[in-house]
Design a protein around this ligand. Structure first.
Ligand SMILES: Nc1ncnc2c1ncn2[C@@H]1O[C@H](COP(=O)(O)OP(=O)(O)OP(=O)(O)O)[C@@H](O)[C@H]1O
Ligand SMILES: [Mg+2]
Length: 261
């Protein structure tokens, strides 16, 4: 039985190029049960590319992926979903004209014979929202078009939590949100970890990172500059890791940092 802190998803020595452009260099990245790992880095550092490799959207050039201690191949999005890896992309991919239940089960509808099992899907949607203590959504039969940005983000995250997922990765979930809605989404991210998920959080916002992450992986020009515990670093150090690849004793050696440019 896995315990909190155990690695669920561990990438080692991952490399990824697009044609002649080498985007990810020997990247190690680990998500642990019950923890939020923030993934930070400047625009173009390779964060989304890394997530897309995990989600099976991009093939990798080299490196190994272990899931719950076993080596696995993620050849496509279906492989990732079967392992229990769910990714919430920034554009959310929710269907405006459908209600919350329909969105949460889109493409994976439950059937009772030939007809859709609406009652069971509605109950499961409601239970998932309740388990994550979501109180901002009034009815699971509300159309997604009528939801606020924060509520939409909530539905997208709850959808990811519905599938007995073990790993949930969120790409900039608070980027378009106001103060109150950001608060609610960060609470939800924390609850995902507290309910036993291994959580990855991509964010540019240091306040978000420091509020909710247990550990931070800083990417600098496609290399891991450092993996640190949140409690052991300052905002300033993390900003330096992002912008220069190093901060004092932390980060890439000066030569490596310079070579990366
Ligand atoms: N499909 C692709 N084909 C070619 N190059 C790509 C592709 N996707 C990403 N890249 C390149 O890979 C690098 C990393 O991009 P990526 O989107 O992973 O960065 P990011 O860290 O997510 O940045 P941002 O913070 O702006 O979202 C960039 O130089 C980008 O141009
Ligand atoms: Mg990105």
């Amino acid at each position: 039985m896995a315990e909190n802190g155990d690695p669920v998803l561990a990438l080692t020595g991952l490399n990824k190029s697009f044609g002649p452009v080498h985007v990810l260099h020997d990247v190690d990245f680990t998500l642990r049960q019950g923890e939020v790992m923030a993934l930070v880095g400047d625009n173009g550092a390779g964060k989304s590319t890394l997530i897309k490799c995990i989600a099976g959207i991009h093939p990798t050039d080299s490196g190994t992926i272990e899931f719950e201690g076993r080596p696995v191949q993620i050849g496509g999005p279906r492989d990732a979903a079967e392992l229990g890896i769910e990714v919430v992309y920034q554009d959310l991919a929710l269907a405006d004209n459908l209600d919350i239940v329909q969105n949460m089960f889109l493409g994976r509808e439950r059937r009772n014979g030939l007809v859709l099992d609406e009652d069971s899907m509605e109950e499961a949607a409601r239970q998932t929202l309740a388990r994550l203590s979501v109180r901002t959504v009034k009815s699971v039969r509300q159309q997604v078009a009528s939801l606020s940005g924060g509520q939409r983000q909530t539905v997208a995250i709850a959808k990811a939590a519905l599938w007995e997922s073990k790993v949930v990765i969120l790409d900039e979930p608070t980027a378009a949100l106001g103060v109150q809605q950001t608060r609610q989404v960060l609470d939800l991210v924390r609850r995902l970890a507290d309910t036993g998920h291994a959580v990855g959080l991509i964010s540019h916002n240091m306040n978000d990172v420091f509020e909710v992450a247990d550990r931070i992986t800083a990417l600098y020009l496609g290399r891991v500059a450092a993996v640190v515990r949140r409690a052991e670093v300052t905002h300033g150090q993390v900003v330096e890791l992002i912008t220069a690849g190093r901060s004092g004793d932390l980060g890439l050696a000066p030569t490596t940092a310079a070579e990366s440019i």
